[in-house]
Every structure is written in C-alpha cells, then in structure tokens.
Write a protein that binds this ligand. Structure first.
Ligand SMILES: [Zn+2]
Length: 290
C-alpha cells in the first residue's frame, strides 16, 4: 500500500501556497524518499516561480513503479475522485538521481494544473502550454541550460509544423500537432507579446492572468474564454488573433525565418548562437530571470 512519503523534518512539500500530497511505496525505488521529495519539490518550485504561485491549493501526486531506469510518463487529472487534482508519474524502479535531475515529466504535469480543461479538439492548447512552459520555467531557475532549452525547441518545433492535409490545430489531432503544434503556438505568442510590449511582458503574464481569473485544471473553459482572459491580462490581442490564424488553417508555412531572426541554429548536433541576429537580445531575454 502506498503511504505518505516520509520527507523528513521540515520537508512537508508546501510549495508556493500549494499542498503537495506525495505518495509512493519507498522500497519500490532505488532512490531515497528524500531524493524523491527533492525532485518533486524542484519541479514545484519552477512552476511556482513561473506562475507566481503553485497553480492549485492541493494536489495528490502518486509515483507508480515501472521497470526501467528513468521517468517514463505522467498524467494529470482534474479530479482524483475526491475533488483534489491527481498527478500520476510512472517512475522506473532503477532510476537514479541523474535521471530525476534530467526529468521534465514532473514539471510538465504540474504546468497542466494551471491550465483550464478545454474541449477535446483543442487539447493542443493544454499540451502546448505544458510542453512550452515546462522548459521556460526550469531555465528561469537555472535547472537547465540555454543550449538544452534551444536544442529541444529546434528539434521539437518542426514536429509541430503543419504537414500536407493539415486542417489547422483544432482539426488535426496528431501527436505532433497536439504537443509541438501547441508549443509552436505558445512560442509565437511569447515572442509577439515580448516584441509588442518592448520586453515588458511575456506569455507568462498572459498565463498568470488565466490562472488568476479562476482558470485552473479544475475549471472547464472554451478556448476562446481562455485566450480572452490571457489577452486581457496583457492588454493586447495576441493569443486570440494567433488562434484565428492557426485554429482552422495550416499555419505558419515555415519556421526557419524565426530561428534566423533569433540567431539560433543546430550545427553538427550542437546549438550555435548568433549574437548579431536581429532578435538576439529577445532570444537572450527569454532564458534569463525576468
Ligand atoms: Zn501533458
């Protein structure tokens, strides 16, 4: 029977105003209970830093042992059966601390807590925000490097580009368009908000606005309502307009122009930055502490 984790003295997993009820069967894993608590807390701190608080007042997190030596998958449920959101993470029994330090799943699932539940055909919005915000939140606390951040975007975003026969984000429920097409939507929105506000605002402010308007995973919302709350928080119509362009059309047509302007490329497996690029300063600001 999984019980409450023994996180040791002073480690109650209260982060950012949220109570994290972490449950696991300690003998099932090769890392110690304290290390499992540390890992969970690191992810919670990144998500708290991004959203200004932990997204929900209470969450239950259940670690399920599976074969292997890494963190496998996670799922987040608005209601675990008693009104409290539930995150389950499948963790390899033999996973060591390096695997936990490399892991993105825990933070990804916690970002889901900050996003309202939207209709099925717009699932890309939930997954896109989780996919994009997870590394942004972690780099802003120094948990990953700029090379890792941009390298993952350079490899991932092309998987979210429209392929032939695409009918826009709302009508193309493939894995690539759901996760990386949604992340592409977030990346384009983040850049446009930063540009139009002369660097004073970012997607973070828009998403904080959604959360403070009462929109967490426990709330069902239409996409339009979520994006309107986001735009209202930044005082600009960015996400709503982007949705109009991308929801029912295979847009954008290409993305190489964006990497060129940001001054980031992949050369022989290495991320290379060009600080003379037109948007180099904007690119640097995206991975710095705001
Ligand atoms: Zn997800």
């Amino acid at each position: 029977m999984p019980g409450h984790a023994d996180c040791g003295p002073g480690r109650q997993l209260e982060v950012g105003g949220g109570h994290l009820d972490l449950r696991f069967d300690a003998p099932a894993f090769s890392v110690s209970p304290a290390e499992l608590c540390d890992w969970t807390e690191q992810a919670a701190r990144a998500v708290t830093h991004y959203f200004g608080r932990f997204p929900v007042s209470q969450v239950r997190i259940v670690l399920r042992p599976v074969e292997g030596d890494r963190v496998q998958t996670g799922t987040t449920y608005p209601d675990g059966g008693d009104g409290v959101p539930l995150i389950t993470v499948q963790l390899g029994r033999r996973a060591g601390m390096p695997a936990l330090q490399r892991d993105w799943v825990m933070a990804h699932e916690m970002v889901h807590l900050a996003v309202p539940s939207v209709p099925r055909n717009s699932h890309w919005l939930e997954e896109g925000i989780a996919t994009y915000v997870e590394p942004v939140s972690r780099i802003q606390l120094g948990q990953i490097s700029a090379q890792k951040f941009w390298g993952d975007l350079l490899l991932g975003i092309p998987k979210g580009m429209p392929q032939s026969g695409d009918r826009g984000l709302d009508q193309t429920p493939t894995w690539g368009r759901t996760y990386w097409g949604g992340a592409l939507f977030c990346l384009l929105a983040d850049i446009e908000i930063r540009q139009r506000s002369q660097g004073r605002k970012s997607l973070r402010d828009a998403l904080r606005g959604v959360l403070s308007a009462g929109g967490s995973i426990r709330d069902d919302r239409t996409v339009i309502a979520v994006l309107a709350a986001a735009d209202q928080a930044i005082g600009m119509s960015v996400l709503t307009d982007l949705y109009t362009r991308m929801a029912a059309h295979p847009a954008p047509e290409g993305i190489d122009w964006l990497w060129g302007r940001l001054g980031v490329s992949m050369q022989q497996g290495q991320v290379v930055f060009d600080d003379t690029a037109e948007w180099a300063a904007l690119r640097r600001s995206m991975t710095q502490e705001p």
